[in-house]
Design a binder for this molecule. Structure first.
Ligand SMILES: NC(=O)c1ccc[n+]([C@@H]2O[C@H](COP(=O)([O-])OP(=O)(O)OC[C@H]3O[C@@H](n4cnc5c(N)ncnc54)[C@H](O)[C@@H]3O)[C@@H](O)[C@H]2O)c1
Length: 330
């Protein structure tokens, strides 16, 4: 099976590609990525000479290029997106382009070429939930421009399933962590700042709750959805591991043997959702997916990876580690 993976130089896409190439099924991959902010070409250094892997530099909004690449593949998994909520607050336009126009370009071509399309989405489409847990058919209520663009892509995908009977599956995952995540995101940022004994900014009171999943478990769920997911269906992927930010930073500092005094509470992000929560009962029951990695084990693997790969983060612009990224001017 030959798969076009989009956004494969990013965090989850690169982990997905590495996982697929380790499997015995003989998957072949074309990875198309526009090398935008947050991507890292070194994420896939170890497979660059693999005969089953090809990298193409390009944008998913490029219709001609996508037509050509999709014609060489059996299916498409769309990870490509602008993903940092804070940057979507500063300027939403690139998010509309990649996350809506890009997803549209891919689903339109896969429909015409009769190929399966997996749209990788997020729990953020459901917005903040006080005490309930979202099921697949729960109401969308996105708070950030990022989440709104992901919800928009889902609505388009849904309309394509209904109108054209397109072979589309949507996966919706909670917060990922693990190796290869760009250091602007919470967990790598904490690890890298802690390693340097620098202050760690925590938004607001640190009580915001996310459901944290190890990236490899998410990748297995996306693969199960690609191979066995029912056309026109969506699958929530959750870890049943709801934790607030302050508990995460405390745990990482404990594992790294660093002082809790490094924590610094800073101004809260506008529209900061209080809690996300989803049930993954459907994907477990219908596709047999199960979480494999305990949170602490995943955290330890993640910390070790960042300690063993300082070249990934040593020379990054200090703004990336700033306390209010949505205000940064470049
Ligand atoms: N990280 C999470 O916790 C999480 C949770 C749920 C869902 N998701 C979704 O998973 C996907 C991957 O997230 P991630 O954390 O790996 O993101 P990331 O920012 O690490 O990687 C995204 C990649 O997409 C590429 N890209 C962006 N726009 C593109 C375009 N127009 N054309 C080609 N390439 C483009 C970037 O260059 C980058 O390499 C996204 O769709 C995101 O919405 C992420």
């Amino acid at each position: 099976m030959k798969i076009l993976v989009t956004g494969g130089l990013g965090f989850i896409g690169s982990n997905f590609i590495l996982k697929l190439l380790q499997k015995e099924n003989g998957f072949e991959i074309i990875n198309v990525d526009a090398k935008l902010f947050g991507s890292n070409p070194h994420n896939l250094d170890e497979i660059k000479n693999s005969g089953r892997y090809e990298f193409v530099s390009g944008n998913i909004t490029n219709k001609n290029l996508m037509n050509e690449l999709i014609s060489k593949c059996d299916s498409v998994v769309n990870f490509a997106a602008e993903t940092f909520v804070d940057r979507s607050i500063k300027d939403a336009n690139p998010f509309l382009v990649s996350n809506i126009r890009g997803a549209f370009t891919l689903m339109d071509i896969t429909t015409k070429q009769n190929k399966r399309f997996v749209q990788v989405s997020t729990d953020e489409v459901f917005g903040s939930l006080e005490s309930t847990t979202a099921m697949e058919d729960s109401k969308f209520n996105p708070s950030s421009p990022y989440a709104a663009t992901k919800a928009a892509a889902e609505l388009l995908a849904n309309s394509y399933s209904i109108t054209y009977d397109s072979d589309i599956v949507i996966t919706r995952c909670s917060n990922n962590f693990g190796p290869r995540q760009f250091p602007e995101k919470l967990i790598p940022k904490i690890i890298i700042l802690a390693e340097q004994n620098k202050k760690i900014p925590i938004y607001g009171n640190g009580k915001n709750i996310r459901d944290w999943i190890f990236v490899e478990d998410h990748c297995e769920a996306v693969l199960a959805s690609l191979l066995k997911g029912k056309s026109g269906q969506s699958y929530n992927i959750a870890a049943n591991n709801e934790i607030d930010n302050i508990s995460i930073v405390t745990k990482i500092l404990e594992i790294m043997n660093k002082s809790q005094d490094l924590i610094e509470f800073v101004e809260d992000r506008p529209g900061h959702d209080q809690r996300y929560s989803m049930s993954s009962a459907k994907i477990s029951k219908e596709l047999g997916w199960k979480m494999q990695t305990e949170f602490e084990d995943g955290l330890e693997k993640t910390i070790s990876w960042y300690m063993e790969n300082p070249q990934i983060w040593k020379n990054l612009d200090s703004n990336i580690f700033g306390s209010t990224p949505w205000k940064v001017s470049n």
